[in-house]
Unconditional design. Structure first.
Length: 223
């Protein structure tokens, strides 16, 4: 049973990353008016909403199976309170932050008419940070980081988000040049950081111990 839970946790986490990537991509496509009149905005908005809800569902299963699995000391509080876990506290905590942020974004979207469109838009800028946090969590906590299939998944997700972010920065609009330059610089800094950290961290042997894996867990002797 524990083996099933272990694989379920890993699989649902990777699927959730795919869904979250799709949410970011569709959000940017909606912002840049992708498709013009040929693709009504409500179509993209509907897909965006459905992917968000599906992603939350997979994240809930991801957290639930991790809690039920006795291989790692993770409890219910660790799923909602960041950086409190004894198991890889930093990297698991980032996943909790991503989950909490996505939940807040979903709730505020449902209450958009009450909180106001301007406030909603400001809050939704955190969607980019949510994706980056989830991505780093997947690299720092996952047990398949050096597996070619996971590297392909991470590469596709990263390339997709980078492409749409670059598209949004370059898209014509009323935004100031300074804001665009700042966004481009921030994206570049994040990209360099994630690549450098990955090469010196999760992609190197012995990461499990350095990440904070308790000695008694099965993957403590692995990465």
């Amino acid at each position: 049973m524990n083996g099933v839970l272990w694989y379920s946790t890993r699989a649902t986490g990777e699927v959730a990353l795919l869904f979250l990537t799709g949410v970011v991509v569709l959000g940017v496509l909606s912002a840049v008016r992708f498709g013009g009149r040929r693709v009504p905005r409500f179509v993209i908005a509907g897909m965006h909403r459905n992917l968000t809800l599906a992603g939350l569902g997979f994240l809930a299963v991801h957290a639930g199976t991790a809690i039920l699995d006795s291989y790692a000391p993770i409890d219910l509080a660790d799923a909602v309170v960041p950086f409190a876990s004894a198991y890889r506290p930093i990297w698991l905590g980032l996943g909790t932050v991503a989950f909490d942020t996505l939940l807040i974004l979903t709730v505020t979207s449902l209450l958009r008419t009450r909180i106001g469109v301007r406030r909603w838009r400001v809050l939704h800028w955190s969607a980019y940070a949510c994706w980056v946090t989830a991505f780093v969590h997947a690299l720092g906590t996952g047990s398949d980081v050096r597996v070619p299939v996971f590297l392909l998944l991470a590469g596709v997700c990263g390339a997709a988000v980078l492409a749409v972010v670059a598209w949004r920065i370059a898209a014509p609009g009323p935004r100031r040049r300074g804001l665009r330059a700042g966004a481009a610089l921030t994206a570049l800094i994040v990209l360099v950081f994630v690549i450098g950290w990955s090469a010196d961290g999760p992609l190197r042997p012995g990461w499990a111990k350095r990440a904070g894996t308790p000695a008694r867990t099965p993957d403590s002797a692995g990465r």
